[in-house]
Design a binder for this molecule. Structure first.
Ligand SMILES: Cc1cc2nc3c(=O)[nH]c(=O)nc-3n(C[C@H](O)[C@H](O)[C@H](O)COP(=O)(O)OP(=O)(O)OC[C@H]3O[C@@H](n4cnc5c(N)ncnc54)[C@H](O)[C@@H]3O)c2cc1C
Length: 384
């Protein structure tokens, strides 16, 4: 993909923001198990970064997704995975459907403040009993007059502790499971919404993750995004941006890992020469760099076709699959060359090792990506 000067300008300004407003505080936020989302999102909103691909009518920049990809890629240089993921939830996971199918009124009420960084959003799809199998969710939103009354619970919700609103997937009908769900915007201060607990995690420690309950929560029906019972399809479309974002965001962190490992292995001596001088080491690092470039090429290809309006289900799933697997491979190999130092909690490589593990699970596990690719390729047996 050929980037314009406008892309490079955006890349430079995101990079400056990361170095000034995020990286100096990452260690503190990782230790605290949370970062100040409202404070940071306000700064991101003021800089315009929360609305790069969103409509100008609601405060966005109205640029195509290649600019969103530049943002995601550059956020990969944040020295942890948790903060970029939280930003990605706001830009590419809880707002794409709202921006595309939300009514003007709903977009003024929830999208515009999210773009401005005045509110924090989250996306509520997964439940205790339904992660990969999204169609089997149990949360319901039942019509009562002009309102929906919502009951159920959501699990592992990123930003859930600090969020002002949730883009919630709930059952609104009795029909077939792919045609009985709706996406509804629910303010988190609605009576009956409870953040049951902040979940402790292996990695992504600066990002807060919540279990949330809904008990007779009443929201007006006008808070529904788009048409009733089309929520499953909307969410599957929304997942495309989430998966492209996940692939693009992986690239920067992996590049940094290879660069930092090269530097460390170059200065670290064993058996009278640098670790890097062993062919097995510099060849391995060259292989990893080659793989990272192939992830970049695949992600750019998917993005280019997405911008052209093509269906990128297959390519976005491949990019997400590749990102998850390569993340684990790079983090593991690089940690090895850092030796004992790499195993220390303070080492950036050990943080990457913990953080990247999520990429093969969240936003659709590797096996779900494979299932989608097989479906697209016509190799999935009928019974599945
Ligand atoms: C840190 C974190 C943040 C998250 N943030 C959010 C969020 O903001 N919003 C949200 O809605 N969700 C979120 N999730 C949930 C995440 O999307 C789910 O964990 C994920 O979709 C997998 O669902 P599950 O955990 O129920 O796994 P399960 O569905 O129980 O699957 C377990 C494993 O079984 C295997 N598997 C599943 N199905 C198949 C199959 N058909 N064939 C072969 N193997 C299979 C896979 O290896 C899978 O990992 C988050 C999760 C984590 C850990």
């Amino acid at each position: 993909m050929l980037f314009t000067e406008q892309h490079e300008e955006l890349r430079r300004s995101v990079s400056r923001f990361v170095e000034r407003e995020i990286n100096p505080f990452v260690d503190e936020w990782e230790d605290a198990g949370m970062f100040p989302a409202h404070e940071l999102f306000k700064k991101l909103g003021d800089a315009g970064f929360l609305g790069v691909t969103k409509p100008p009518d609601y405060g966005g920049m109205g640029l195509d997704y290649s600019y969103g990809m530049v943002l995601a890629e550059e956020l990969g240089h944040v020295r942890c995975g948790g903060v970029p993921m939280a930003i990605g939830v706001q830009t590419d996971m809880c707002t794409p459907a709202l921006a595309r199918w939300g009514s003007d009124e709903l977009r003024r009420e929830f999208l515009a403040p999210a773009i401005a960084g005045e509110t924090v959003g989250c996306i509520g799809v997964s439940e205790i009993g339904a992660g990969s199998d999204v169609a089997s969710i149990k949360t319901t939103a039942v019509t009562d007059g002009e309102d929906y009354v919502i009951n159920g619970g959501k699990m592992w919700i990123t930003n859930g502790v600090q969020a002002d609103w949730i883009c919630l997937l709930a059952n609104t009908g009795d029909g077939p499971v792919h045609h009985n769900k709706s996406l509804i915007v629910v303010p988190m201060d609605s009576p009956g919404v409870t953040v049951a607990r902040k979940l402790d995690k292996l990695g992504m420690r600066s990002s807060d993750t919540a279990q949330i309950f809904f008990e007779d929560v009443r929201v007006p029906m006008r808070n529904r995004i788009g048409e009733e019972n089309k929520g499953f399809t909307y969410q599957m479309t929304q997942f495309q941006e989430e998966r492209l974002w996940a692939a693009a965001n992986m690239i920067g962190g992996l590049e940094d890992a290879v660069t930092e490992t090269t530097d460390y292995a170059r200065q670290r001596q064993a058996f009278g020469r640098s670790i890097l001088d062993n062919q097995v080491v510099h060849f391995r690092l060259a292989e990893l760099s080659t793989e990272i470039e192939s992830l970049r090429a695949l992600t750019y290809q998917a993005c280019e076709q997405y911008v052209a309006g093509d269906n990128v289900t297959r390519l976005a799933s491949m990019a997400k699959l590749k990102a998850g697997r390569l993340g684990r491979e790079v983090a593991d190999a690089c940690l090895q060359y850092f030796g004992g130092q790499g195993y220390m909690a303070e080492a950036r490589i050990s943080r990457l090792y913990r953080d990247v593990r999520l990429a093969s699970i969240g936003a659709g596990a590797d096996e779900i990506m494979l299932t989608i690719i097989c479906k697209q390729d016509g190799t999935l047996p009928d019974q599945q």
